[in-house]
Design a protein around this ligand. Structure first.
Ligand code: FE2
Length: 350
């Protein structure tokens, strides 16, 4: 039993490193831009030819100064940098890129015509992410470019605002008194539901992130209400029901907000249109929000609350089935009841 949650975490980390024909993450945003820098036009042509099968835009610069200019004007997503150039050599250019806070996470691959360890050591000291020897091997170049662009995409998505949001989500968890790992269980169960519903990889990512932060708006709700032992009065209920809208305002500025907003805003809609804040009905409720609603409800039902002990899995499934088609999406409830109760129980056991 023990370690199931950790195993799921490890599997998710491993999945994110799986190779595929497209560069993961980029297909839903824009084409990555690669800056190739060399003073020999023939070599730039070779780099372009080698990367022609990848879904990337390639820009070129013929010396270190114009390379740094290009990086400053419009940072690319990856730099391929020859070491031996007239003027500022590759090491200097790399050092300049890595010492600027604006571009320190920009991956740099250096290319050298020399063998031996000295260039390797100097490249690492300059902050390069990788060093490739000439003559270039196409498969090796493509593999490095793909893996570093994947990494760059992760950096872009986990921007500073995201780090803050996830820290705030942890604060909500502490405030809300659901107990440890509630939001992570909601996130993982939502993702597992989405997987079985055949949703796309980007949607599964959003389910995980949305599961983690769906209640972030509770930061705006007083502790006295969140932790009240007993039913809320009317004024307290009105205040409590503002949390999806408060949450939406918190996540809206995120670069990666997208469908996260739907989850945060609409996870308390009811299938029959009696929920809040928009009284959406049936399939008008975004599917990701319908999924998180079921995962969240089940985890809340089996958790101890200030005003009642946690229910058994059987009781909680019964409550979900009773609310199927009124509060929750019947398809999601049926899927949860038949395929995910055991998964969730094992998550709770850790
Ligand atoms: Fe909520």
């Amino acid at each position: 039993m023990g370690g199931f949650l950790n195993r799921i975490r490890q599997e998710m980390a491993a999945e994110s490193g799986v190779d595929s024909s497209a560069i993961p993450g980029w297909e839903r945003n824009r084409r990555p831009r690669v800056l190739a820098v060399d003073d020999q036009p023939a070599f730039l042509g070779l780099l372009k030819a080698f990367l022609s099968g990848l879904n990337v835009d390639i820009e070129t610069a013929s010396d270190g100064v114009s390379a740094l200019d290009a990086v400053r004007r419009r940072p690319p997503d990856l730099v391929l940098l020859d070491i031996n150039m007239s003027g500022r050599n590759g090491f200097e250019v790399c050092r300049a890129i890595k010492s600027s806070p604006a571009t320190r996470l920009l991956p740099v691959v250096m290319i050298t015509g020399r063998t031996g360890v000295s260039d390797h050591v100097l490249a690492l000291e300059a902050g390069a992410d990788d060093l490739l020897p000439k003559p270039l091997i196409r498969a090796e170049l493509v593999a490095r470019v793909r893996s570093l662009l994947r990494l760059k995409n992760v950096y872009d998505e986990l921007d500073d605002a995201d780090h803050v949001i996830f820290a705030l989500a942890a604060a909500v968890e502490a405030k809300d008194n659901y107990g440890e790992d509630h939001t992570e269980r909601v996130a993982l169960t939502s993702r597992a539901l989405g997987l079985r519903l055949g949703l796309s990889e980007p949607q599964l990512d959003t389910l995980y992130r949305g599961g983690m932060i769906h209640d972030i708006g509770k930061l705006g709700i007083p502790d006295a209400i969140l932790q009240k032992k007993g039913p809320l009065d009317q004024a307290e209920t009105v205040l409590m029901q503002t949390h999806p809208l408060v949450g939406e305002q918190i996540v809206a500025p995120l670069r990666s907000a997208g469908s996260l907003r739907e989850i945060v805003r609409n996870h308390h809609e009811h299938y029959d249109g009696e929920g809040y804040p928009d009284q959406l009905k049936g399939d008008d409720i975004p599917i990701l929000a319908r999924i998180v609603a079921v995962a969240d409800a089940f985890d809340a039902l089996v958790s101890d609350r200030p005003y009642r002990p946690g229910r058994t899995s059987e009781e909680a499934v019964g409550i979900l089935r009773d609310g199927s088609g009124t509060q929750w999406d019947p398809q999601v409830v049926a899927l949860f009841a038949t395929e995910l109760v055991d998964f969730h129980t094992r998550l709770r056991a850790g």
